[in-house]
Design a protein around this ligand. Structure first.
Ligand code: G6P
Length: 612
């Protein structure tokens, strides 16, 4: 996925654009570019990161009070100069930046080639740029109208900003399937993929809706139309985000900062929702759909990546305490499997970014079958948040590190609250047990804080195992998804191969991998299937594997068997994932740092995956 930023106003555009690109680099970072208009429309672009672009423009003319800029994560064509954005049209009168994918770019390109267009890149974006130019010339219409007509011919997803060499006073922006926000300053406009590049300039924003085009004109009001030519009134909202939340706050990496934010992010996720004293849980966002949930024949959870792991924790929660059957689905499989969906189903879509293409498509499919769709998203105003019937935001704050940490624990927090609310409504727990759980949940942020204090031990373990080639993570029950998430975190940022498994399944395959070189991380907290996990640890020790165990404070049995133990505070079994995940995040982090990996921007990954 790509990051888009644009500026129009009285100031010099370049510093604003480059700053904005730096904030958006988490969206993709294989090439970057900028187009600036003064007397001439100049496009500068380069393979690599935003810092490479800054180096590249050191000796060129970067003046201009209007411009567009882009940081790319390749979807069509390898990451190189030619494929980097912005793309010029053939006449060089139009330049365009794009996030998304034009699915029918091949026939459009063919058609344009027969009309004499030559292409410099392999991108779908250059096709769209020339399509707009072709329409503008042949239909003799304004650029805005040409963009509108072109977008009616396009199948796929886009967030675009277009600049015209002959009009230093206008930008045109449009979106479908990829996000776009317009910031409205005193006498200037900002456009970006999300609000992070905008917030330091203005708090007033308009989120473009699906298939909307905006005409952004100097000294004029913002005008919005749909691509079907219907006028829309811009809805201006005030951003509540705080700029300091977007910066590293003294930590070496965003990921570490985000790991340490978890006591407060979990507290924020519970704020105003958990009322232990009053003995209730309230989730305002889904209040109108609670009865649907209570009556649901089942809940289907759709998600990808880390959010899918949160969904698995949700399955244990809803079944355990609210007695509602749950299926957890990879959105990408669900959408293509011709799944059986009933109108009585409640689908919960979980997504940090709220932009994941597969999750969005799974939602649309379930919606078309009449199911009720609820969302759990972190990014306010994101596509998934808007595509669902209702939902609850996680309120974890912006997550910049590509590997998800605080968003995961916030998702689990929200699922826990939802399951508790269902248990309350369905009466599946006794009143006293329910209240006891609420009181314990209230203490989770302070227990997370305590869990964060185990650094020394984690660093010692990281030092010991940083050079191994494989890791195995094992857990049972609520701790099985924790094992999966621990393994995912390690492979994402350290590039060490790691597998998560249900501990009992080990004997059906992974046990063959165990030798004296193999570190096996057990999540062996003292509830549920503890005794069974102890047996699994013995099986590993018998084969000389190295055991790293996450245990409950005061544990003696596992301590006597494991090579390394990390203690976490005692809590109810259903809350253990919120604590046990923390040392695993830290272990991955320290191993990755010791291996010299780029923790915040791991290779080949992107924060928000808006293509399938
Ligand atoms: C990408 C990210 C993962 C994330 C997944 C789902 O692959 O790198 O960290 O878990 O997308 O993203 P979502 O925003 O839908 O939670």
């Amino acid at each position: 996925m790509c990051g888009i930023v644009a500026y129009l106003g009285p100031k010099q555009a370049y510093p604003i654009l480059i700053n904005g690109l730096r904030r958006l680099e988490y969206r993709g970072y294989d090439s970057a570019g900028v187009a600036l208009l003064n007397s001439k429309l100049n496009v500068y672009k380069t393979k690599g990161k935003v810092a490479d672009l800054e180096e590249f423009v050191r000796d060129v003319d970067i003046s201009g009070t209007i411009g567009i800029a882009h940081t790319r994560w390749a979807t069509h064509g390898e990451p190189n100069y030619a494929n980097a954005h912005p793309h010029f049209s053939q006449s060089k009168n139009i330049a365009l930046i794009h996030n998304g994918i034009i699915e029918n770019y091949a026939p459009l390109r063919k058609e344009l080639e027969t009309r004499g267009y030559k292409f410099e890149s392999n991108t779908d974006t250059e096709v769209l740029t020339n399509l707009i130019e072709d329409i503008k010339i042949n239909e003799n219409v304004s650029l805005f109208e040409a963009v509108r007509i072109a977008l009616n011919q396009v199948i796929g997803a886009y967030a675009i900003v277009v600049i015209d060499a002959n009009d230093p006073n206008s930008l045109i922006a449009a979106r479908k399937g990829s996000p776009l926000v317009i910031g409205i300053g005193k006498d200037d406009y900002f456009v970006a993929s999300d609000a992070t590049p905008i917030i330091e300039h203005t708090k007033n924003v308009v989120y473009l809706d699906e298939e909307e085009i905006a005409l952004i004109k100097r000294d004029s009001d913002l005008k919005i139309k749909t691509i079907r030519n219907k006028e829309k009134t811009p809805y201006i909202q005030a951003l509540e985000m705080n700029l300091s939340a977007l910066e590293k706050g003294g930590f070496e990496h965003f990921m570490l900062k985000e790991i340490y934010e978890q006591p407060s992010s979990i507290r924020d996720s519970m704020r105003g929702r958990l009322h232990a004293e009053a003995g209730s849980v309230s989730l305002g966002g889904i209040i109108d759909y609670e009865q649907k949930m209570v009556n649901a024949s089942r809940i289907i959870i759709v998600a990808c990546g880390t959010s899918w792991h949160a969904g698995l924790v949700g399955e244990y929660l809803f079944e355990d305490i609210a007695r509602i059957p749950v299926e957890v689905e990879y959105a990408s499989e669900f959408r293509y499997r011709n799944p059986v969906i009933y109108e009585s189903d409640v689908v919960i879509a979980i997504s940090q970014s709220g932009e994941t293409a597969d999750t969005l498509a799974a939602i649309e499919l379930a919606k078309s079958k009449g199911a009720t769709i609820l969302g759990i998203c972190n990014v306010v105003g994101s596509s998934i948040a808007r595509a669902t019937h209702a939902g609850s935001y996680t309120h974890a704050g912006p997550e910049i590190g590509v590997a998800s940490t605080k968003a995961f624990t916030a998702q689990v927090t929200l699922l826990t609250l939802m399951a508790l609310r269902m248990a309350q409504l369905k009466g599946t727990l006794t009143k006293s047990r329910f209240i006891q759980l609420l009181h314990e949940m209230e203490r989770i942020p302070e227990k997370v804080q305590k869990t964060l204090e185990v650094s020394k031990k984690v660093i010692e373990i990281a030092e010991q195992f940083k050079d191994v080639r494989n890791f195995l993570y094992l857990g049972r029950g609520y701790n099985f998804p924790v094992a999966l998430e621990g393994a995912l975190k390690l492979k994402e940022i350290s590039y060490i191969h790691a597998e998560g498994y249900p501990a009992a399944e080990m004997k059906h395959g992974p046990i063959a991998l165990i030798d004296e070189e193999m570190p096996v991380v057990f999540i062996a907290t003292n509830k549920g299937t503890y005794d069974k996990v102890v047996s699994n640890i013995q099986e590993v020790k018998a084969r000389k594997g190295k055991v790293i165990a996450i245990v409950t404070e005061g544990d003696v049995t596992v301590r006597g068997m494991a090579d390394y133990v990390i203690e976490i505070p005692e809590t109810e079994e259903m809350f253990v994932p919120l604590l046990a995940t923390i040392p695993l995040q830290k272990l991955s982090y320290h191993i990755a740092v010791m291996r010299g990996c780029n923790v915040d921007q791991p290779r080949n990954l992107a924060k928000s995956v808006t293509v399938e």
